[in-house]
Design a protein around this ligand. Structure first.
Ligand code: UD1
Length: 366
């Protein structure tokens, strides 16, 4: 049986790596397709090198565009690839919630090839968020849904997806975190940036809802400048955000922050692991800070990862500057992070996912 994995954007790479490694230990035949949604060395290449991912068998080279353009280009190119593939894959695996995920799932499903969704069942219940649409559609196209936490199973049950299709395997991204944490710590990235261990904040912002409107971005930067009065704030800037920060009206607030280029996986993990506080609109970083026990303020109105709030270190604080500054002060006063790591975020999710994939393939053949 042949398993074909499809990745496209930065947050996909750390999810698929542990599954590919576990399947390869079990002798499974695998192929890897990169859609090319992310293409810069800093957004893609460095992750392949650091995570030990095999070089993709195929790069679709779709690049950036509007949602329709990007999703459409992945569909056209991936459909052609599947039609030409020999042998035809027995399962297409798609991680996460980016445009490449839903595009590849739709193509495979229409060609009658079973789809497995890694990180299934997450819901923000906010359909203005493009990723929410990608999640819902991908889950309903999938034959095997690998979930990270019980809330995800409940969401899928509520939407009528039969429990027989669902396997709760835990959090694959946290497998990658645990595997690389010792090397990341040894890197001591904070030192290179001249930051005191345990005494700085890490910021990431890239959601269109936060960065595309200059006035809104200006208000967020103002709140972060306020935080920077208490401790240094380091901000690795996503390319989407970098383009917005070129606006001269934002230069003043940005000057209070340490803006740096997007970091590789190890360097970023190193930096986060020794942070006093994380402020972010990323999905993955909410989970990573929970696994690291670092307090996290999520600068959004909702989260598709409620377990990071219920059990971990995450607080969903919205985007009002006064609230962000107040919550940051409270988090700094409260001392180091509390909270526990959710069940099955134990570094073995890839093993369980590989077992679920092989059991699915055995059942499909029978
Ligand atoms: C995408 C995902 C988002 C994920 C994020 C992680 C969708 C809908 N969004 O958002 O869920 O959280 O990735 O980073 O799939 N660009 C570069 N170099 C690159 C890639 C992009 O410069 O390698 C620039 C381009 O100008 C592009 C912009 O970033 O227009 C946005 O890229 P895109 O892939 O459309 O979405 P992201 O904002 O990265």
């Amino acid at each position: 049986a042949l398993v074909l994995h499809v990745v496209g954007a930065r947050p996909n790479f750390m999810k698929v790596a542990p599954l590919m490694a576990a399947l390869s230990r079990r002798g499974a035949a695998q192929r890897l397709v990169h859609t090319g949604q992310h293409f810069d060395e800093r957004m893609s290449g460095v992750f392949f090198a650091e995570l030990g991912l095999p070089r993709p068998d195929l790069d679709l080279g779709v690049g950036s565009g509007t949602h329709g353009e990007q999703t459409g280009r992945v569909m056209i190119a991936f459909e052609r690839a599947l039609l030409e593939a020999a042998p035809r894959p027995d399962l297409v695996v798609v991680p996460g919630d980016v445009n490449s995920t839903v595009a590849a799932a739709l193509v495979a499903a229409k060609l009658g090839i079973p789809v497995a969704h890694l990180e299934a069942g997450l819901r923000s219940f906010d359909r203005t968020m493009p990723e929410e649409l990608n999640r819902v559609v991908t889950d309903h196209l999938s034959d095997l849904l690998l979930t990270p936490s019980p809330d995800a199973d409940e969401n899928l049950a509520r939407e009528g997806i039969p429990a027989t299709r669902v396997a709760r395997v835990g959090n694959l991204m946290i497998d990658t975190l645990r595997a690389h944490l010792p090397r990341a710590r040894a890197l001591a990235a904070w030192r290179g940036l001249g930051l005191p261990e345990g005494g700085y904040a890490v910021v990431t912002l890239h959601r269109p809802s936060n960065v595309d409107d200059p006035a809104g971005l200006g208000r967020l930067l103002g709140a972060l400048a306020e935080v920077a009065r208490a401790l240094p704030v380091v901000f690795p800037v996503h390319p989407r955000t970098r383009a917005r920060l070129a606006d001269p009206a934002l230069a003043g607030a940005a000057a209070a922050l340490r803006l740096v280029e997007p970091l590789g996986y190890l360097e970023f993990l190193s930096l986060t692991s020794a942070a006093r506080l994380v402020l972010t609109d990323s999905g993955g970083l909410q989970e990573e800070s929970t696994a690291l026990g670092v307090p996290c303020l999520t600068l959004r109105e909702n989260t598709e990862r409620p377990i990071t709030v219920a059990e971990g270190t995450n607080h969903v604080v919205g985007t009002d500057p006064a609230r962000i500054a107040a919550e940051a002060r409270r988090a700094l006063d409260a001392g180091p992070g509390r909270g526990r790591t959710p069940a099955l975020w134990d570094g073995q999710a890839g093993e369980r996912a590989a077992d679920a994939v092989l059991a699915f393939l055995a059942g499909a053949r029978a």
